[in-house]
Design a protein around this ligand. Structure first.
Ligand code: FES
Length: 229
């Protein structure tokens, strides 16, 4: 089970149900929960207690940008985002049913990546918020090339290497604070004027930005770009 941000909601319900009825499965349950840091994590104690009560549950809380007050091993287990690479490094193999919900770039990464990893379609289950859905086997989300991303207001020019899931995450990882809301392509709060270049949406957002703007939570560059931020 994999939940990122508020995407934890459906998988937490499933976990609660299993906990309430007793986790009696033959195989272990792995639960991955991704947030930026402790200030965004919900149900911390609840998850810890469920993990302590169930020896077959393996809880992995991942912070992509831990704060100074966050301690690895206590507050979280893994520094980084939930991704296919992380699953490959952590799980003993791919012989699982996968249930996941979170930001669209993560969903696209997992839906495509699990398929490429040889997980049968019927064992991949996900829930997308809003009317648009994650398409299986869609176009690759990550850039193969390195692009320059210029943030106009701060004057920062950074190299995009395809490691971040989206421009918003890339900006945050490099100390550029951008506005955001849902982080899922639904609200438009992360709109930024695209002064130069082109972006691609690995998964179509449900919110359509104004002409000349892009949603940083859902897009990746496909050329050198310049943002008004
Ligand atoms: S944060 Fe809501 S659309 Fe990007």
């Amino acid at each position: 089970m994999i939940g990122s941000g508020i995407g934890i909601t459906p998988v937490l319900s499933m976990l609660n149900h299993l906990h309430k009825n007793g986790i009696k499965r033959g195989s272990d349950i792995w639960f991955f929960y991704g947030v930026r840091n402790g200030s965004e994590q919900i149900m911390k104690q609840h998850l810890k207690s469920i993990a302590q009560a169930n020896k077959h549950l393996k809880l992995h809380v991942c912070y992509s940008a831990p704060g100074e007050q966050d301690t690895q091993g206590e507050d979280y287990h893994i520094k980084g985002s939930v991704s296919l690479d992380l699953l490959k490094q952590t799980l003993p193999g791919n012989d699982f049913d996968f249930y996941f919900c979170g930001p669209r770039p993560m969903m696209a990464d997992l839906a495509e990546g699990l398929d490429a990893w040889g997980v049968p379609d019927e064992r991949i289950h996900f829930e997308a918020f809003g009317p648009s859905t994650v398409k299986r086997k869609s176009a690759p989300a990550k850039a193969e090339n390195q692009y320059q991303v210029k943030f106009d207001q701060t004057g920062k020019v950074l190299s995009w290497t395809g490691e971040a899931d989206c421009l918003l995450e890339f900006a945050e990882a490099n100390g550029v604070a951008l506005p955001f809301g849902c982080r899922m392509g639904n609200c438009g709060s992360c709109s930024q004027k695209l002064l130069k270049g082109e972006v691609h949406y690995p998964v179509a957002p449900s919110f359509t930005p104004e002409e000349g703007y892009c949603l940083t939570c859902s897009s990746v560059p496909v050329s050198d770009i310049e943002l008004s931020a």
